[in-house]
Structure formats: structure tokens, C-alpha cells
Ligand binder design. Structure first.
Ligand code: ASP
Ligand code: MG
Length: 417
């Protein structure tokens, strides 16, 4: 029998009524002839509550710092939300006459590394599930987000990890598709709150989705998309509150017609930092970005410019929240004499706007069209970076919405290709 993985996020299983709604969707796929593996999240808000309890119980109440508490016990606590929803959905399915049972990570087993709180899935042997399906089980309801370490302790995969659980099961059990049910009905050309012209995409390539996911479209956990791409798992993102088809995330070969640009992404709270006039000699970049990495600053764009007398200006961008840490790391390095500059300039009022599309590889002039559109709206570009399938610019934050709208118009993203 063909297999299907269905994953339901926290808002889809937020109470018993919604769990019944989920059960109806599962029943439909059983009737369609699938062996179904359902991956559930905890009820929405539950994991946050559990994390809060762990922090309050630890010796430094309210502390965000891992290490104050035993990470193995953190996992024992925060994995429990999924245990509850998996059992409740199994009961609901049984009430409907479906042969269903719950599976915790250790029962499958979902074998992970022992990096508690951020474990990676290493292997999901399918023997146990295969044997149960062979003896009549119709639905396996699996607790998402959790696994078991080599020494038998419960692990969790990091926040949002049940998307990754779902993709890993689809790969391990050879499912035909992995349907991710969530509270949005698909992937859009851009954020519909910014322009009503945003259009739901029928299909999007893995690589595009990866760029969009890491650029702030928070529909899928980035790791789950990486995994789907590696194992060629076809992913569908769709709403659990409607019956509309969603967006298929798939190999680019499945996408016949390709617009140059698939979507416009943005990231609102960026900062641009410039070290003015640093020495232009080997080792300078390493001396600057080493301390930033150690301080945990999430550096994104980097631009180096020659200024007068063979000295250079080094500009980088990072999230606004990282500016204080970045400033301290750089000033400390200056005090220690490992770097030298005239001035450190921080602009905390910028946003990043990006166009993404695998079609850029074969269409010429895409970047030019982007710059022209921004110029026509009088939007000044502060920094530009490009990759094979992406062009990103930093602009003043107050122009972010306008930039997104004008790029959406310039590339006619409201029209299907
Ligand atoms: N319940 C977990 C979380 O909130 C995992 C998930 O929902 O994907 O992070
Ligand atoms: Mg989620």
C-alpha cells in the first residue's frame, strides 16, 4: 500500500474539536487507500509553557542560558506536549473505527544524537512500524519533535522540530508525499499582509524554499527543507482549516514553466555596521569576523571597499538584536590591538529585501530589473549581495514595504508563469 505522512502543527491540534477535524482529514486519506503516518506537534502554546516551567525550576529562574539546568531533563519535560496530542488523536481515530495507535520517539525508535535540545536524527529503522502496518494498523500517530539518544534518553530536535520529524519519516518509510498541515494555506510570492497581489504558488523548488525559509518566511523549519531536498521528499504545505490544495515543494525538474523570480522575501530588523578605515592587509577579515563569530553574532552580508591610502572599509549586516554584542566584540578587539579602525558606524534602521528564483540562472538582467524598480520608486540601496538564485539589498526600514510592493510589481509575480 502507498504511504502518506501528514503533519499537523500546534494550532491544528489546539483542542479536542480541532483534533477531531484532524481525524477527519486522516480518515479521508485512509479511505483513499494510504497507510498513514501522522506526525503531531504539541497543542499551540504548550511547548512554551513547558520551557517556562523548566526555567523556573532551575537554579537561575527565568534564565535563558542553557547549562543552568540538566538538558536531559529539559527534553524529558518539553517532549511531553507531543505525547499528549499523539494519544488524544489515536483515541479520536479509534472512536471513528480506525486502527490507530500512538508512537513515542523511543518506541519507533527515532534514533538521534545526544545533543539534548538540538538533537539530529540519525536513523529511523522502519521494522517496528512495518510489522504493525502488516498486521492491520491503519494509522501510526507519531509524537513529533522527539527521539532517543544512543544511551536511551529522550531527546528533542530544537524548536519547530516536528517538521523535521515529518520529513525524516517520509524519507525513512518511503512515503509518496509529506503533507504539512498548518495555519496558512501555502507558500506565497510574498507576504500577503504587505501586498494583496501576493499569489499562492502551486509549486516551488526546494532551493527557493530554503532561501525563502531562511529569509523569514517562517512556514517550515529550515532543516526540514534541507532534509526534504537531500532525500527528494515531496512536501505539500496546506491549511488544516480548508480543503484547498496547498503549495508543493519539490525538485525543480517538476516545475515546467519557471519565472525568473519566484518570490520576494524580507527581513525587517536588520542593522548595517561599518568599520571605517581598517588596514588593508592579510588577516584583517579574520581578525574582525573571528571575534564576531565567537560572540555569537549572526553576520549576514559582508562588503569590503577600498578607501583612501590603501585602507579599506568593512561593512556587514546582522540582526538588530546582535548590535550590542557585535559592538562590544569589535571594541574589545580594538582594545586588545588585534584590529584597528577609525570609526565604527552602526545603522540600526535598515531592512533586507530579496528576490529569489532558480529561474535567475537562465534569465539575464534580473538584478538590473530589480535595481531599476527600486530607483523608479526613489529607494536608495545601501548594500547589495547576490548568489546564484538570490539578490538581496539593504534599504532604509521605512521603505521596506514599498520595496517589496515595487519588486512584486516589477516581476509581475501576481501572474502565474
Ligand atoms: N512543539 C514543538 C515546538 O513548539 C515542536 C513543533 O511544534 O514543531 O517547538
Ligand atoms: Mg511549527
Amino acid at each position: 500500500m502507498p504511504r502518506l505522512v501528514m503533519k499537523f502543527g500546534g494550532t491544528s491540534v489546539a483542542d479536542l474539536d480541532r483534533i477531531r477535524n484532524v481525524a477527519n482529514k486522516v480518515q479521508r486519506e485512509v479511505d483513499n487507500g494510504y497507510e498513514v503516518i501522522v506526525i503531531v506537534s504539541a497543542m499551540s502554546g504548550k511547548t512554551n509553557e513547558l520551557v517556562g516551567w523548566v526555567r523556573d525550576a532551575s537554579s537561575a529562574p527565568g534564565s535563558n542560558t542553557p547549562g543552568f539546568y540538566d538538558a536531559r531533563e529539559y527534553d524529558a519535560v518539553v517532549s511531553s506536549g507531543e505525547q499528549v496530542t499523539s494519544g488524544l488523536l489515536a483515541i479520536t481515530l479509534q472512536e471513528m473505527g480506525i486502527q490507530a495507535r500512538s508512537w513515542q520517539g523511543w518506541q519507533v525508535p527515532v534514533k538521534t544524537t545526544s545533543a539534548h535540545g538540538a538533537a539530529r536524527i540519525e536513523e529511523i529503522p522502519s521494522d517496528n512500524l512495518d510489522a504493525k502496518f502488516a498486521t492491520g494498523m491503519q494509522v501510526a500517530v507519531v509524537a513529533g519533535f522527539q527521539g532517543v539518544s544512543p544511551d536511551g534518553r529522550i531527546t528533542t530536535l530544537g524548536r519547530g522540530g516536528s517538521d523535521t520529524t515529518a520529513v525524516a519519516f517520509a524519507a525513512a518509510l518511503n512515503a509518496e508525499r509529506c503533507d504539512i498541515y498548518t495555519d496558512v494555506d501555502g507558500i506565497y510570492t510574498t507576504d500577503p499582509r504587505i501586498t494583496r497581489k501576493a499569489r499562492k504558488l502551486e509549486k516551488i523548488a526546494y532551493e527557493e524554499m530554503l532561501e525563502l525559509a531562511s529569509l523569514g518566511a517562517k512556514v517550515l523549519q529550515t532543516r526540514s527543507v534541507e532534509l526534504a531536498m537531500r532525500y527528494k521528499v515531496r512536501l505539500q504545505v496546506l491549511s488544516s482549516f480548508s480543503d484547498e490544495p496547498g503549495t508543493l515543494v519539490c525538485d525543480e525538474e517538476e516545475i515546467m514553466e519557471q519565472n525568473a523570480v519566484a518570490g520576494v522575501a524580507y527581513s525587517r530588523d536588520e542593522a548595517k555596521m561599518t568599520l571605517i578605515s581598517v588596514a588593508d592587509r592579510p588577516g584583517v577579515a579574520a581578525a574582525i569576523f573571528g571575534p564576531l563569530a565567537e560572540a555569537g553574532v549572526n553576520v549576514d552580508m559582508i562588503v569590503q571597499n577600498i578607501s583612501e591610502e590603501g585602507r579599506t572599509d568593512m561593512t556587514f549586516s546582522c540582526p538588530v538584536d546582535d548590535v550590542a554584542r557585535a559592538t562590544k566584540a569589535i571594541e574589545d578587539a580594538k582594545a586588545a590591538g588585534t584590529i584597528n579602525y577609525k570609526e565604527l558606524d552602526a545603522d540600526t534602521g535598515v531592512a533586507k529585501v530579496s528576490i529569489v528564483g532558480i529561474g535567475m540562472r537562465s534569465h539575464a538582467g534580473v538584478a538590473q530589473r530589480m535595481f531599476k524598480a527600486l530607483a523608479d520608486d526613489n529607494i536608495n540601496i545601501k548594500v547589495i549581495t547576490t548568489s546564484e538564485i538570490k539578490v538581496s539589498v539593504l534599504v532604509d526600514r521605512k521603505y521596506m514595504e514599498l520595496a517589496v510592493q515595487s519588486l512584486h510589481d516589477a516581476f509581475e509575480l501576481e501572474k502565474a508563469s
